[in-house]
Design a protein around this ligand. Structure first.
Ligand code: NAD
Length: 390
């Protein structure tokens, strides 16, 4: 019997992406798997039912997708779908596998329930950042989309234009844009703001990114901070502690006061985003300035950010957008689907799913398996939450 992969419409409110696009269905079909797709699943992302049917997928209702699929491919597994995930959890059955973003390190109660119900879960956000898994790195794909959209939002909200213009009516000076955090999203925000003609600076706690920032035509901001050891072995920033952040805020304040727009993307994996922009720093910015805080998903880099809202303080607008990839659903879905197809492709052996726990990619992403929570970090979090409860 060939393996059946299921694609259900994403049920999270405001979620417009779909986990598989027709071209990725076609790639996986060649590996001998079958697809059941919920009617309308790709519609909000711009992929009609007919395009899935053309690739040999069977279109059906939601109940049947959950009922017949061996493996469900999702953007948001129950843990990453706070409003509707519980209903999906009910539809998942023992022995079934779900692959998608799972918020496995934060939604630990949902992880526990999945294990109890015998549902196997592979979390895309835990994909190791190793060369072999580069084409499965959905966090990077989604960060690319977010960075691009954040720059567009800044340009759209600012009461000025981004480029310098020399016209018969005079010269328009270019906008000054600072991007804080030059990881995947930040670099894309820098590139996009540059393409729109702004004068862009980039800042990051990891000095290693200086060259990347400069290669995009932006200036790298250097603060006099002792940041040796700011980067962990995986290339991520570390949590630097309150005193460090206070000093960083003091030094950043002058840089910030000169900007028309700030795009904040700084994050530390598994932690709340560091506060790098205080209320006082915002009060020193010129009225009309804009802050797009895409770290809002993790609480925000600005003290005044309200996730999902726009706040105004002294004429400065602070945007705290959530789920930016969903705002560009066609390409976000296309990139995500390719990441998923590469991942599933690496899990398939003779057309069947083989979860080889000797393989680093499986070991790092497998959260629940055969009724147990198997991921060491999630297990640790669960036992410390149990210890707290006692
Ligand atoms: P992220 O989303 O965790 O963080 C965004 C950025 O915020 C990072 O560049 C981080 O250094 C920065 N930051 C954190 N605290 C800060 C502070 N106090 N002040 C200023 N900046 C701060 O990171 P990400 O974008 O997902 O990835 C970061 C890095 O990981 C990449 O640049 C790269 O080196 C590495 N990476 C490797 C691979 C791979 O090998 N496959 C893939 C993606 C990323």
């Amino acid at each position: 019997m060939s393996l059946v992969l299921g694609i259900a419409a994403e049920s999270g409110s405001g979620e417009r992406r779909v986990a598989m696009v027709p071209s990725a269905v076609s790639v996986l079909r060649k590996a001998g798997v079958q697809f059941v797709v919920e009617s309308g699943a790709g519609e909000r992302a711009g992929f009609p039912d007919a395009a899935y049917a053309e690739q040999g997928a069977r279109l059906t209702g939601r109940g049947e997708v959950f009922g017949t699929a061996d493996v469900l491919l999702q953007v948001r597994c129950p843990g990453a779908n706070p409003d509707k995930g519980a209903a999906d959890l009910h539809l998942l059955r023992r022995g079934q596998t779900t692959i998608g973003f799972a918020e496995a390190l934060t939604a630990i109660e949902t992880v526990r329930t999945m294990a109890e119900r015998g549902v196997n879960c592979l979390a895309m956000e835990l994909m190791p950042r190793i060369t072999r898994a580069q084409n499965m790195d959905a966090l990077s794909s989604m960060a690319t989309v977010s960075g691009y959209k954040a720059a567009l939002m800044a340009a759209d909200t600012l009461p000025r234009m981004f480029p310098m213009l020399m016209t018969a009516a005079g010269t328009v000076t270019p906008a000054r844009v600072l991007v804080i955090g030059a990881g995947v999203a930040g670099l894309q925000a820098i590139a996009t703001a540059r393409r729109l003609g702004a004068v862009v600076s980039g800042y990051d706690i990891r000095p290693a990114v200086k060259e990347q920032v400069e290669s995009l035509g932006a200036r790298f901001v250097v603060l006099e901070l002792e940041n040796a050891g700011a980067e962990d072995q995986g290339g991520y920033a570390k949590d630097m502690g309150r005193d460090f952040y206070r000093r960083q805020q003091e030094l950043l304040a002058d840089v910030l006061a000169q900007q028309n727009a700030v795009i904040a993307t700084a994050a530390v994996p598994g932690k709340k985003a560091p506060i790098l922009i205080t209320r006082e720093m915002v009060s020193r910015m010129a009225p009309g300035s804009v802050i797009v805080d895409i770290a809002a998903e993790r609480g925000g880099n600005c003290e005044l950010t309200r996730p999902g809202e726009t706040v105004e303080a002294g004429g400065v607008r602070i945007l705290g957008p959530l789920n930016l990839p969903s705002a560009i659903p066609y390409h976000a879905s296309q990139l995500y689907a390719r990441n998923l197809a590469a991942f599933v492709g690496c899990l398939l052996q003779d057309g069947q799913l083989r979860l080889d726990r000797e393989d680093e990619i499986v070991r790092e992403t497998l959260v629940t398996f055969a009724g147990e929570v198997v991921h060491p970090r999630v297990r640790e979090l669960l036992s410390s939450s149990l210890a707290h409860a006692v």
